[in-house]
Design a protein around this ligand. Structure first.
Ligand SMILES: [Zn+2]
Length: 413
């Protein structure tokens, strides 16, 4: 009897050790997918069996784009603007992409690809996209400003191939392009397993512009869902046969106009309303109880991929991780008389330090000096600082705790 017990214990111990070892050896890989222009109400109406099975395994949340409405970070609900908020984890007042022309992106706010390559130069990256500018302009592949790095696997630019994809007024060519892009992405992921991949699909937005809230639009969402199913199956196959753990995040770049769904760009509730779906189970309380922003996807990916974001960059990022513990959210500051009233919402008890900088050198590639103003008890959710104690000029406030860094800007006269 005793011998049996000992044998059982030994077996259990061996099993536990093996499990611990194998989970340590899992290599982590990420795919993020943007499906263009699907408001959260339209997503819920459409038939999306694949997004449903991914949400069921991981999670779904309503989300938003557009920055702080009526504030310094208000951001147009326009495609490239939204993609760049995902890529950099910042709103347009920082990344400086205000329209689809992508006139002057501020590469001082690094994309997820740059953050990843800076830490893991040998890691592999991929962009599979129905729009070439995503790689050449937003990611800025090969540009000196972004460090000249290359994307290892690319499949894009089909919109310029008018022989194989002849343009037609109903934009069927874009449906074919999305099909080719997703097909190639699934194959490449299955075969090469890049560490960090971006898949971008456009057809849904084209149907929104052309037909508004309609059966055609719902059918386009269903079509994109089938393409995502192929990519998800490739990930599942790799997870089952290799020592890999994959983070899949799927989102959209903006909602649609409230009257007929044909437009976007403004700040209406429906244009701002998006969603985030992930295959990951261990999302945090912030994911499950609030409405995250598109800027929260970058810190989620850096946490999952174990990318150490340098403090001066973290202090500029406008998002919060959706998988690691988050201590507080919604930092904001308002002048009242001779004081600055600073508020936040507590997610966990603890302390945080409040810092201010009177400069914005980061914006032009420099570094800012922060002075510490206070140590705060997070449960208070409010504090007051006399304006005369703040650095003169354009003040950036940072609230830093063990797990979370928040920032807000406040002009001081
Ligand atoms: Zn769009």
């Amino acid at each position: 009897m005793q011998l049996n017990r000992i044998l059982l214990l030994v077996a259990l111990l061996t099993y536990t050790l093996c499990m611990a070892q194998s989970s340590e050896e899992l290599s982590r890989k990420t795919v993020f997918i943007i499906i263009d222009g699907i408001s959260s109400d339209q997503l819920k109406k459409a038939d999306t069996p694949n997004l449903d099975r991914i949400s069921k395994k991981g999670g779904y949340t309503d989300a938003y784009v557009g920055g702080g409405k009526d504030s310094y970070s208000e951001t147009p609900t326009i495609s490239a603007v939204g993609y760049n908020s995902l890529l950099t984890g910042t709103w347009a007042n920082k990344h400086n992409v205000w329209g689809n022309e992508i006139k002057a992106p501020n590469y001082n706010y690094p994309t997820i690809f740059k953050l990843y390559k800076d830490q893991y130069p040998k890691g592999t990256t991929a962009v599979y996209s129905s729009w070439l500018d995503n790689r050449t302009k937003l990611v800025g592949e090969g540009l000196p400003e972004t460090g000249n790095y290359k994307i290892d696997y690319t499949f894009d630019g089909l919109e310029y191939d008018t022989i194989n994809y002849p343009h037609d007024p109903y934009r069927n060519f874009m449906k074919l392009i999305d099909y080719s892009v997703a097909d190639h992405a699934a194959e490449s992921i299955r075969k090469n397993g890049p560490d960090l991949s971006w898949v971008y699909l456009e057809f849904s937005d084209d149907m929104g512009h052309g037909f508004g809230d309609s059966e055609r639009f719902s059918a386009a969402i269903h079509f994109e869902d089938q393409l995502i199913g192929k990519i998800y199956n490739a990930i599942l196959e790799r997870e089952q046969s290799l020592n890999e753990e994959w983070l899949l995040i799927i989102t959209t770049d903006h909602g649609r106009s409230s009257n007929n769904g044909k437009h976007h760009g403004g700040q209406s509730e429906r244009e701002r309303s998006t969603w985030i779906i992930t295959n990951i189970k261990n999302t945090n309380e912030y994911f499950s109880t609030s409405v995250p922003g598109i800027v929260d996807i970058l810190p989620t990916m850096t946490d999952f991929m174990h990318i150490n974001v340098p403090q001066h960059i973290r202090r500029e990022m406008d998002g919060i991780s959706l998988i690691h513990p988050a201590d507080m959210m919604n930092l904001s500051a308002e002048k009242k008389g001779k004081n600055l009233i600073i508020t936040w919402d507590k997610l966990q008890n603890g302390q945080a330090k409040l810092y201010a900088s009177g400069t914005n050198e980061f914006n032009t590639g420099g570094k800012d000096t922060y002075e510490q103003l206070k140590t705060l008890d997070l449960s208070k959710e409010e504090t007051s600082i006399p304006l005369r104690k703040l650095p003169k000029g354009y003040t950036k406030l940072v609230l830093e705790s063990e797990n979370t860094t928040l920032n807000t800007w406040i002009p001081v006269e």
